[in-house]
Design a protein around this ligand. Structure first.
Ligand SMILES: Nc1ncnc2c1ncn2[C@@H]1O[C@H](COP(=O)(O)OP(=O)(O)OP(=O)(O)O)[C@@H](O)[C@H]1O
Length: 284
């Protein structure tokens, strides 16, 4: 892998809490998913890469540039598409005006070319028929698609997407998967999510973070394999302390020690993630 993004010894703390605790990692072309519980440090890492937050210590190289310098930050921003967790839009702008405004900030000076690009990204996210709608009239899922559209403007080399599937209906989620996987064929896409199905379906690499550290870095199949031999299906309710739920066919699916009458089941990415994160939370 030729790294597009390199992170060495990255540290960030708020007050006495170390949110990123000496992180070392590199990312190359393709789609990488970041998983981790609330507060794990995913957004903090993505914000450092997107140059909206300065780390306390450590080295970053993003697209060959150093975000610690003013010229490096400008260079990264020119080639970056960033979907922040909480994008602030002007409610009285229309969808088209919002994207046109971001495109101007991205230095797209030719009006005709810029409008063509806005039209293209609107079609990519299925909002072409909403171009004249005011942002305040959009549904939550439509607003999320608008946020994604602004990240796609001007074909960025690096896409940083913080929880891109939040609020999307199943059809739009599928559409986003198709779009992101296509982009990942030639670019670096980093996305954070709580949806293990999206990771399994879309990401060739998954990184699990907790407490500002990396717990796992590998393929979705490798993360599922963390739970190999520790997932089972049984007809009887497991004892207290077990992590289980009743499935649609009335059987009990248990993650962890196999109850006496249960049979092994195929582990999923979610099972591996739950075991990994559960173990560290028990140890904490
Ligand atoms: N501006 C801030 N001031 C103080 N603490 C902050 C700030 N931003 C983040 N934090 C804290 O840093 C920690 C990591 O937050 P971060 O948003 O990076 O986590 P996350 O993995 O993205 O979580 P989530 O899945 O909930 O989005 C949390 O404990 C959070 O409360």
């Amino acid at each position: 892998m030729t790294p597009t993004v390199t992170v060495r010894g990255l540290r960030k703390r708020y007050g006495h809490t170390a949110v990123l605790d000496g992180l070392d990692i590199a990312f190359g072309a393709g789609v990488t998913g970041l998983l981790g519980p609330n507060g794990a440090g995913k957004t903090t890492l993505l914000r450092c890469l997107a140059t909206t937050l300065a780390p306390d210590a450590g080295e970053l190289r993003v697209l060959g540039l150093d975000p610690a310098t003013a010229s490096g930050r400008t260079g990264v921003r020119r080639r970056l598409g960033y979907l922040p967790q909480d994008p602030g839009f002007y409610p009285h702008f229309t969808v088209f005006e919002t994207l046109d405004y971001v495109a101007i900030l991205k230095e797209m000076t030719d009006r005709r070319e810029r409008h063509r690009e806005v039209t293209r990204v609107l079609a990519e996210v299925g909002l072409a028929d909403r171009a004249r709608t005011k942002v305040r009239k959009l549904s939550g899922g439509m607003r999320q698609r608008l946020a994604l559209a602004q990240a796609l403007l001007d074909e960025p080399d690096l896409l940083v997407l913080d929880e891109p599937t939040v609020g999307l209906d199943p059809e739009q989620r599928l559409r986003l998967r198709a779009l992101v996987s296509r982009l990942g064929e030639s670019r670096t896409v980093l996305l954070s999510t709580h949806q293990t199905e999206d990771v399994a379906a879309l990401c060739e690499r998954v990184v699990v973070m907790d407490g500002g550290r990396i717990l796992f870095d590998g393929t979705p199949a490798g993360l599922a394999a963390v739970a190999a031999g520790r997932v089972s299906l049984g007809d009887h309710r497991p004892g207290p302390g077990a992590l289980f739920w009743r499935t649609a066919d009335g059987r009990y699916r248990t993650i962890g020690d196999t109850p006496a009458d249960a049979v092994p089941a195929e582990p999923t990415v979610e099972d591996g993630y739950l075991l990994l994160v559960g173990r560290t939370q028990e140890a904490a």
